[in-house]
Design a protein around this ligand. Structure first.
Ligand code: CDP
Ligand code: CDP
Length: 228
């Protein structure tokens, strides 16, 4: 079966990475979590007190950042490494979530991440999720999906996920963070979150992960057929 590029864009916590992982496993594709890259850059900026409003500081900091996805056989997925250190857990914390959309709006940061993402896609057989994958990173991808789900459902899903790890987290805090990030991501000047013209909309508010996988595998078959 011919391999293609699949892009998944959409709002926070609507199930992009869940679907991306399912597809990668089912199709034997490589999954790339572009959000993890922005989160790792944000972690570096916080840890090293970089002021992301100062272009010289940003340029200097970016030249010291090395990002790599390393497969962890224990979790069965690729995890984010920042300068050789596994930061997969740290980048999911609220400290990073609170700042990541500000950092991801900085032009130099986007150029740095997009160049690496495009390099990773050279081989096809890739499923990448994010905000600008179908519009900027891979505008010629064979299958583009724009995911969405009701806000209340997204908040509930993310709350369940984070509460399992941190009992101090509140649903209010999660809701505020998702809404703020969606606002900044949609309204920033460079590569804002938006549906690519040729993307298919997938509203999974009422779909289980199994339902959505079945549906999307059909779309993959169709996209591969067109390409062949
Ligand atoms: O998992 P969740 O949807 O909450 O977020 P994520 O995919 O880990 O992305 C975190 C943040 O990185 C987003 O809110 C965006 O600000 C930024 N991002 C971006 O600007 N462009 C991408 N392609 C991916 C993420
Ligand atoms: O990557 P993104 O931020 O878009 O979302 P995610 O981390 O894949 O999904 C957030 C949560 O929603 C996860 O706990 C998924 O198991 C759950 N989910 C769901 O309940 N139903 C779906 N159809 C998709 C995801």
């Amino acid at each position: 079966m011919k391999k293609i590029i699949i892009t998944l864009d959409g709002y926070s916590s609507c199930g992009k990475s869940t679907l991306a992982k399912q597809l990668a496993a089912e199709l034997d594709y490589v999954y790339i979590d572009s959000g993890a890259m922005y989160r790792a850059i944000t972690l570096y900026f916080i840890q090293n007190r970089i002021d992301w409003n100062k272009p010289e500081e940003v340029a200097q900091a970016l030249s010291n950042i090395q990002l790599e996805f390393v497969y962890n056989p224990l979790s069965g997925s690729s995890e984010m490494n920042l300068n050789g250190e596994n930061v997969e857990h740290m980048i999911r914390e609220m400290l990073v979530a609170e700042k990541v959309s500000e950092v991801a709006a900085v032009g130099a940061v986007r150029e740095f991440a997009v160049a690496q993402q495009q390099e990773m896609g050279k081989q096809k057989g890739i499923v990448m999720d994010g905000r600008d994958i179908g519009t900027t990173v891979f505008p010629h991808a064979e299958l583009k999906i724009f995911m969405t789900a009701d806000t209340a459902i997204r908040v509930e899903r993310r709350f369940k996920e984070l509460y399992a790890k941190n009992k101090n987290i509140t649903i209010h805090e999660i809701k505020e963070n998702l809404e703020l990030r969606d606002y900044i991501d949609t309204n920033r000047e460079i590569s804002p979150l938006r549906k690519a013209e040729d993307a298919i909309i997938l509203d999974n508010s009422q779909l289980t992960p199994e339902d959505q996988l079945k549906l999307v595998l059909q779309w993959v078959d169709d996209a591969v057929m067109v390409k062949s």
